[in-house]
Design a protein around this ligand. Sequence first.
Ligand code: SF4
Length: 373
Amino acid sequence: MLMPRAGPTPDDMVAAMRGHVRADAQDKPGVYRWLSPDGEVVYIGKSKRVRSRLLSYFRCEPEEKGARIVRAASAIEWEYQPSEFAALLHELRMIKRFRPRYNVQLKRDARHYSFIKVTRGPAPKLLVVRGAGSEDGGTYFGPYMGAYRIGEAVRELNDVLGLRDCAQDVKIHFSDQQELFQLAPRTPGCIRYEVKKCLGPCIAGCASREYDAQLALAHQFLEGTSDEPLDALRRKMESASEALEFERAAHYRDKLRRLESLREQFSRLRFAVETLSFVYRVPGDGGDDRLYLIRRGRVRAECAAPKTRAERARLKAIVSEVFTPPERDTAQVATHEIDELLLLSSWFRRFPEQLAATERPDEVLGRPLPRSA
Ligand code: SF4
């Protein structure tokens, strides 16, 4: 009688993966991924020396994360990159694409910076978060340095504009909601409403359009590109004063002063994204030098370092294309750009000498840009 052949044991699979690395991997920069028996990418990593890094997984103690990854996998794949920087960028893109269950290292890059997130849903609120977090939408401003100080400033901004800061699941009842006719008057039991620091969207203290108008002021304020929030308060102050309502006018004057000082605080705490705008040359493995055209904290283009006159002309054309179109200096940052921005900030924070060696676009072009980048 024929007995079915047993499949490979976990130990067989580990031995096969180790053998594959020993036989085929080289100590070059690259990105690797561990795959489960059903083809799921369970972990993606990068290293300056792929072979040594991969072999180190097989020496992990059983309770270590590396050993858990090895146990979950049945195959390893890797691809070489010209440099550690190239590997880092490629790793980020692959992680975003596959979202492997063992990858949590993006948090490492996020720890220096925080963002202000404007949540979605009825009566959105401002939250201080690190990194993009879950991709549940929302609008992000930043990055800012000093999570505690930015948290304090956001609290003030909420108070001045009357925005809520309670738990996300607090039920919202705007005064213009039909079903309110059945609601008996009540108080939210929240001190912020009592002391007029929140419009009270949970207790029909305001209509949705009133809340939205205040939220729009917060957006404009955080954008830092419009004086409208300050002008709006100034107008209210003046009209109260003309109506001889001096107490109300004084109330608006105090808010105005507080907002002016908050604006200064926000701009002082915001990391200057525009400082990450330059051409970065990275020496590559085997002479594969690459140029990265980085604008406002994002790699906008990448090419091989030019060697011929024609290649240099081509590079100038790309530099001009990337850096010439005007871009607003705004604190708002798209969710999908946050991780790359954090990665680049973290890289140049670690290697300031490399930041110092970057070239301005006009240096590469040999002439000033038509507009400032
Ligand atoms: S008044 Fe209501 S909406 Fe405003 S912070 Fe308090 S609980 Fe939240």
